[in-house]
Design a protein around this ligand. Sequence first.
Ligand code: PMP
Length: 354
Amino acid sequence: MGAFPPLRDDLGVMAGYHSAQVEVDVRLNTNESPLPPPPAFLAGLAEAVAAFPMHRYPDRTCQALRADLANLHGLQPEQVFVANGSNEVLQCLLLAYGGPGRAAAVFEPTYAMHATIARMTGTAVASGARADDFTLPGVEVRRVLAEAAPSVTFLCSPNNPTGRAEPKDVVEEVLELAPGLVVVDEAYGQFASWSSLGMVGDDVPLVVTRTYSKTWSMAGARLGYLLGPAQVVAALWEKAALPYHVDAVKQAAGRLALRFTDEMEDRVALLVSERERIAAALALLPLDTWPSDANFLLFRPRARAGREVWQDLVDRSVLVRDCSSWPRLAGCLRVTVGTPEENDAFLTALEAVL
Ligand code: PMP
């Protein structure tokens, strides 16, 4: 019998990205939708599943779902790639365009999985720093891109966990300067007032990623997609995705969801108004907070350690995200916008704790 081989050296040093799964009443730590999809969606899905040819492989390249998504965004089906959550979309991108001898650029603090998936795929990470107000200085963009010549440059708009959408001129500047592909992660795109989607085209080295996990209330289904040049999309299907990686139930769920766009927009409107209500309440407490274009808010208690405040909130059955040990986020916590009742519970607990 052989011995267990050692783990790949470059994986051994990586810390995982995990959110605590603690039993609490009010769960505001993973930026999901606090509301389920409409009952008619679930009923329609159950009906579709009952009639499924489960013994057959699904449509390997998700033709119908891609046609629907292309229609939604005014693009062509050949410009749509689909995978199991937008994390898997990002993984496929880095398998195809990253890898040994190549680099991916990130501007921190940002979504930690961009760097993590880069490392998983053997891609070097070139890390730039956002300014103290978390905006992205052009001089830092130029420094990182010139030093690392990344084949993939990540932006996240709105940026998780800091909240702000990237201004259009910043995306344009990065696109102008980046020597390779620019990825704009729009997991929270529907909460923001503008999108990079309008810049997507076959001659532009830009891709925009989206997810069903947040606004579509389908985090449990694991479905995400990318809009980008047809040649990039073709490479992802042919070189990076496993055969039949998107199952038939998920494809049906993804199509069905798009028939409930009005309900999705109602949920977004509720969450945006709740976000503003929470922001106004936070402004009266002894903490620093930052404006958000997403369904979450970052804040930093002034007089107490972030970790202690996090624990005190858990003790009151409210779970938020502890970002206090992340680079450049010392003392910070992030709260997802929940239902009005959950937000009340959070604010009451936070006032008591502070
Ligand atoms: N991008 C960003 C910025 C996110 O915050 C998340 C979820 N935390 C994802 C991508 C991944 O989402 P999913 O894999 O569920 O589509």
